[in-house]
Ligand binder design. Sequence first.
Ligand SMILES: [Zn+2]
Length: 409
Amino acid sequence: MYSRFKAYLFLTGLVFTVIGVLAWFQSRMAPVDPTPGPAPAHGANASEDVNRLISVTEERPNESSAASAAVIPPVAVSEIPANWRDDLGVPVLCYHQIVTEEQYRERPTPYAVTVAQFKAQMQWLAERNFYTVMPDDLVAYVKGEKKLDFSNGRRPIMITFDDGNNDFVRHAQKVLDQYKFKGVLYIYPTYILARKERSLTWAEIQAVRKAGHAIESHTMWHPMLNTMTDVEQRAQFADSKKILNEKAGANVRHLAYPFGIYTASSINLLRETGYHSAATTFYGANQVGEHPYLLRRYLIVKSDNEKIFAQKTLARSLPLRLVNSEPGAVLSGVTDIALRVPAGLDRTGFRVRVFSTPQNFSYDPKTGNLNVTVKPSKKRLSVLEILYKEKGIEYRANALFNHRKTAAG
Ligand SMILES: [Zn+2]
């Protein structure tokens, strides 16, 4: 069993590296989205998926990256609310598998939580006055169009389940019912169409929707969007929405990015295909002013004990705006990234990293301008992390950038 567990850890490590260590900032134990790649209908197994991921993400060293920093044209930056510290925001939890102890022993994976863990976590939320909201509420909140109830210690939260596993009806749903919580299921239809042992059926999805849970999209077949053309991305968004609406009677308006990865095109394409929001895998709760197509969402994994679960759920956010780049922009060389964070902060309280590597940066407390240089790596993408610690509280923000493939890639 131990060696099998080690094999899982190895496989996990491989995926972890290949897809860009996106989740480093979540917790050292929490990789991004664990779902193996697409095309379950073609019988791809996990190792084939890993190979596929490697083949699409491996790149040659980028010799041209030493060129002088590229200049990106400015884009509009929305104001950061002055009272950002007072906005606790809306955390979004991301679950994948809810399994019995026996299932876990048979197939240990860090992306599963046990039913007992899930029950304890829901109880923890209920005891702390959390109540669940739906994606429409969350979007209205971040846009400043709707107030949510924070009175008397009440806290809104969104609880999400990725992929379309039938654990939801077997285990999760009755626990949620016990606390009058509603979930949000981000489903990729090819998983349902493949009728896997663990996948929900259309009838189950309809029943889940009628019970008041939200059915939303996780694209058509769970690709890494940064490997796709705009035409392909658009099809992922439009087709998944259409089939979920037709087969499950849903009214899909929200999406979760597979692996938390998106490109500069994704947001416009989502708008054009009728989506109102999209969720990443970034740290922190969603405050007023948060970008609706970059909603922060946190992965909950097996190794989360009560302390880590509490840290993730109560995580505080640093507002971040991109000044000279777009979300998911493709950087073709060493690039000076201009960002805006709140003004008036203490320079010494900041740490700026790309994945785990500390970066030099400048911060102007008068304007809140923060500048950092990002060097494209051999990976397809870089995740920038900004941490700010003040009076023992850590506030965090993230941004994702893609890197141009080399001519040979
Ligand atoms: Zn997924």
